[in-house]
Design a protein around this ligand. Structure first.
Ligand SMILES: [Cu+2]
Length: 293
């Protein structure tokens, strides 16, 4: 009788711990960033430059903290059992066939943990993937074997018109100039096979499909993040897949407008970049010797 009472007390204490842990993770929301920066983001890339990257970062840190709490509980229980129930003599210990409170606990506790993680995943994913009905800038990204074309558009969807365009070649890395502080819609399409549009600093990667399926996403680059960022193809698309590099150049909205006008007046990419005081060629990567002949 005494043993059973102490067992159920242990189970009650375990459920209490799990609930407290879940509540703590929720309450910790505000200081997650401090926790994360103390541990180098637990491996998450900390340099995200968009409005969406903060919530993804919080999600990652929260999940890792939750996993560590569960881990600590499990490790603690394992070591406690090892010490408490170690072999002390030749007598067979009490044989227990089942422990109902314990079984209820280890059925409910993981479900609670998963429910909390699922809730935050759905909320944050919806938030990160949200698109606005009227973005400030729309860029159509056209991937082809083995380079990129960036079309600045006057509206949304495949029926909109291209007002200016940049295309890369084996001698010149295409530079995608974008304004900071404005919503940017990317519409992705491919001319041949499946590619993948990836700018690591945007913390966004989307496959680029041929045909009518246009993958889309939207970000706002924070105003203090002007600069040059490398972009890559992240889908093995053929022989020269590794040479499909490009560069994102984040500039102020004023200079973006000047750049766009320069392109529209027929200037080539290097001259247009020079006209707004930017480096005329990519600075984060260079064209590869592809020996395509
Ligand atoms: Cu590719």
């Amino acid at each position: 009788m005494g043993a059973r009472t102490s067992r159920s007390r242990v189970a009650v204490r375990g459920v209490g711990l799990a609930v407290a842990g879940t509540a703590a993770v929720t309450l910790l929301g505000g200081c997650l960033r401090d926790v994360g920066s103390g541990f180098a983001g637990f491996g998450w890339p900390e340099g995200g430059i968009t409005d969406r990257s903060e919530r993804m970062y919080d999600m990652w840190i929260g999940s890792v903290v939750a996993a560590l709490l569960v881990g600590l509980l499990v490790w603690g229980l394992i070591f406690w059992c090892v010490v408490r129930y170690r072999k002390r003599g030749e007598q067979l210990p009490v044989q227990t066939r089942f422990n109902l409170p314990m079984e209820v606990f280890y059925t409910i506790a993981p479900f609670l943990a998963i429910a909390v993680l699922f809730y935050y995943t759905v909320v944050i994913q919806t938030d990160v993937e949200a698109t606005s009905p009227d973005p400030d800038v729309t860029v159509e990204v056209v991937a082809f074997k083995w380079n990129w074309q960036f079309n600045y558009r006057d509206g949304l969807g495949p029926d909109a018109n291209t007002t200016a365009s940049t295309v890369g070649s084996s001698d010149q890395i295409p530079v995608l100039v974008l304004p900071t502080g404005q919503t940017i819609r990317f519409e992705l399409t491919s001319e041949d096979v499946v590619h993948s549009f990836w700018v690591p600093e945007l913390l966004f990667k989307r496959d680029v499909f041929p045909g009518s399926l246009r993958n889309e996403f939207e970000v706002t680059i924070r105003v203090d993040n002007e600069g040059a960022y490398i972009g890559r193809c992240a889908e093995l698309c053929g022989t020269y897949h590794s040479t499909m590099n490009f560069e994102v150049r984040a500039v102020s909205p004023d200079r973006y407008q000047q750049y766009l006008s320069a392109l529209e007046s027929g200037m080539a990419q290097p001259e247009a970049l020079r006209s707004i005081g930017e480096e005329p060629f990519a600075t984060t990567t260079k064209p590869f010797d592809t020996r395509r002949t």
